[in-house]
Design a protein around this ligand. Structure first.
Ligand code: HBI
Ligand code: FE
Length: 296
């Protein structure tokens, strides 16, 4: 395979046999990344950061700068964490892959964000479904240095542990999906992206704000928790928050009674507009017309 860079075979599975601690963390072995892998980070970083002005919020842009994620190659998570810790007490801890839900929440509740240590291969530059180091660090680390978002993420971790015990995780997971991963925020200058899943994708960065297909609907916790989502395509509906303070404030309520209520309400499909929605723009859904439905 002439186009395969040396080391590519390794990139996804380089940590497959890594020694894993009880909390699923591994040794990032920063010195073991190849020059080609560091260069791949630099190219992903450059391409993505050039798209961001006018598309993401100032908080994200400032934090991205402040954390110096473009220092040269894939960040060393220990050194990055030292910078982040000074701001909001969070650390980024290396993991090999997706970790079990309970482990994930336990980390968040203790202000540790688990980040995949491998970088996507050259033929997955535009899209891969699972999180890699670029998605996890470029997408998630910046907002962790914002005090309000930091509190939200910690509250989410605590809430996750409780929701699991009740068997209601699917409701709470939708909140994460439609905010932390695919959220849009309204600012004085207009709608801006803050969701990591959008911010780490070159195509969705444009689609989420500019395309006529998706609906854009005001954030409503109950509505979001009823809404199913699609994991392998652009979102049919984006939810817009007014501020991170609002997002955090929505978490200060009794989730147990909310879950009880939701149990009796039925799910909403990803492309629906329902009574009570604060519709900022009703999408044409044209982009999705030819697609098979495969939501979870
Ligand atoms: N593990 N490493 C990692 N990253 C995630 O984003 C993640 C995970 N495990 C579980 C999980 N996310 C989700 O199930 C929760 O958001 C609901
Ligand atoms: Fe993510």
């Amino acid at each position: 395979m002439p186009n395969k860079a040396p080391g590519d075979e390794m990139s996804k599975h380089r940590y497959a046999n890594a020694k894993r601690a009880a909390d699923y963390t591994i040794d990032q072995r920063w010195e073991s990344y190849s020059a080609e892998e560091h260069d791949r980070w630099d190219r992903l970083f450059k391409r993505q950061s050039e798209l961001l002005p006018g598309r993401t919020c100032d908080t994200f842009l400032k934090s991205l700068d402040g954390l110096r994620l473009s220092d040269g190659g894939i960040p060393d998570m220990d050194r990055l964490s030292d910078r982040l810790e000074k701001r909001t007490d969070w650390r980024i801890v290396p993991v090999a892959d997706l970790v079990p839900d309970e482990v994930f929440f336990e980390h968040l509740a203790n202000k540790r964000f688990p980040a995949a240590a491998f970088i996507r291969s050259e033929d997955q530059l535009d899209y891969l479904q699972e999180p890699d180091v670029f998605h996890d660090i470029f997408g998630h680390a910046p907002l962790l240095s914002d005090p309000v978002f930091s509190d939200f993420m910690q509250a989410y971790g605590r809430g996750g542990l409780r929701a699991m015990k009740r068997g209601n995780l699917h409701f709470l997971a939708r909140l994460y999906w439609y905010t932390v991963e695919f959220g849009i925020i309204r600012t004085k200058e207009g709608e801006r992206i803050y969701g990591a899943g959008i911010l780490s994708s070159p195509t969705e960065c444009q689609f989420a704000l500019d395309d006529a297909s998706p609906h854009r609907v005001g954030f409503d916790l109950e509505r979001i928790m009823r809404t199913r989502y699609i994991i392998d395509d652009f979102q049919r509906t984006y939810f817009i928050i007014e501020s991170f303070e609002d997002l955090l404030a929505a978490c200060y309520q009794d989730f147990d009674s909310l879950y009880d209520k939701l149990e009796g309400m039925g799910d909403v499909v990803p492309e629906a507009i329902i009574p009570g929605d604060m519709v900022w723009s009703r999408g044409t859904q044209d982009y999705f017309a030819s697609k098979a439905v495969g939501f979870v």
